[in-house]
Design a protein around this ligand. Structure first.
Ligand SMILES: [Zn+2]
Ligand SMILES: [Zn+2]
Length: 342
């Protein structure tokens, strides 16, 4: 796609350079969410398309570093930064980590250099989430926003509505169980925490692949209530229960030993009927950890940057919207960022 606003190398903000495998902070020679190993990486959050292993040094929030340690079995080069803390990088660049409201540990990164301010959101959402602090609006000159759900058709319903559907299905089918497919980092714990917020006190049963990440959330003070492993209990025990598994387990051999599950899936993509059908989902739950269309444009209005750079999803409609509203904008051609598993 042709950028609507083309930057020349002599233009302002030339110290921050989008490259195919990440955003290069030139004076500090470090990269934000690089998709290949680099000497110094600033990582916004623990999802696999942002947090890769093998960097010399990794600067991230303590929770993101713990998630990366769980994934990559190493803490080598880990440098924690708390929310609100500012660190000095080489070349006169300051970096601050600010809540993004996406998953535990997720941060926007504010970069300041030569009087210019650039915010890289990573992934974010604007809805309240009991598992992480809310997104903060930070004024800046360049706002680099994700656009996973950057089409007007994507409007996420209130999460309480979707949790209500889940609880209704459970009440209607006491002889069955409700099996919820949810991505193991973030979505699964949010669904559990929202169930607790809705007053659900029964134990929640887990696929074994969920356990370590749930324990990590608990170690960071997120109360998920009583969790049990499906493998520790007989099939009969699963009737009338909520079970959470990775989406990949919804229709595999593992789920066949459950008592006639109502198959549910929690994802922003459940707005698209075809996606629900592809996964044989009986109960689609539109629960997303990304901003929907209205939240994306509201965020751009609230941040009110001189320039908006759009990446990581459906850039075109958001570019068009910026153009119509006299906002300078461009699309970045970063590769390897996918939120299929959102
Ligand atoms: Zn993410
Ligand atoms: Zn992402």
């Amino acid at each position: 796609m042709a950028p609507i606003f083309l930057l020349m190398s002599t233009a302002p903000f030339s110290w921050i350079r989008p490259e195919p495998h990440g955003i290069h902070v030139v004076p500090a020679d470090c990269w934000i969410d690089p998709s290949k190993p680099v000497e110094r990486a600033l990582v916004t959050h623990g999802h696999a398309d942002h947090a890769r292993g093998g960097h010399g040094r990794t600067i991230a929030t303590p929770a993101t570093l713990a998630i990366m340690e769980l994934r990559y079995a190493t803490r080598e080069g880990a440098e924690p930064v708390e929310y609100g803390e500012t660190i000095r990088l080489p070349g006169g660049v300051d970096a601050s980590y600010i809540p993004a409201g996406h998953v535990l540990g997720s941060a926007q990164i504010l970069l300041e250099h030569a009087g210019e301010r650039v915010v890289v959101t990573g992934d974010y959402k604007r809805r309240a989430d009991p598992t992480c602090p809310p997104f903060q609006v930070v004024p800046c000159d360049v706002f680099i926003t994700e656009a996973t759900f950057g089409l007007p058709v994507f409007t996420h319903p209130p999460v309480q509505e979707e949790i209500g559907k889940l609880l209704n299905a459970l009440a209607e089918h006491p002889e069955r169980c409700v099996l919820v497919g949810a991505y193991a980092l973030g979505k699964a714990q949010r669904v559990m925490a929202e169930l607790r917020a809705a007053g659900y006190r029964e134990p929640i049963y887990l696929h074994g692949a969920m356990e370590k990440m749930c324990r990590l959330y608990e170690a960071f003070g997120i109360d998920l209530g009583e969790l049990r492993l499906v493998s520790d209990y007989p099939k009969e025990e699963m009737r009338g229960r909520i079970i959470v598994s990775p989406p990949s387990a919804l229709n595999d051999r593992w789920s066949r030993r459950l008592p006639d599950p109502v198959t549910a899936m929690a994802s922003g993509w459940m707005r698209v009927r075809q996606r629900a059908r592809q996964r044989n989902v009986e109960l689609p739950l539109v629960i997303s950890d990304h901003a929907d269309w209205h939240e994306l444009i509201r965020t751009i209005e609230e941040v009110d940057p001189a320039e908006t750079w759009v990446t990581h999803g459906r850039e075109e409609a958001l570019l068009r919207w910026c153009q119509l509203h006299q906002r300078r904008a461009r699309a970045l051609a970063l590769v390897g960022y996918e939120d299929e598993d959102e």
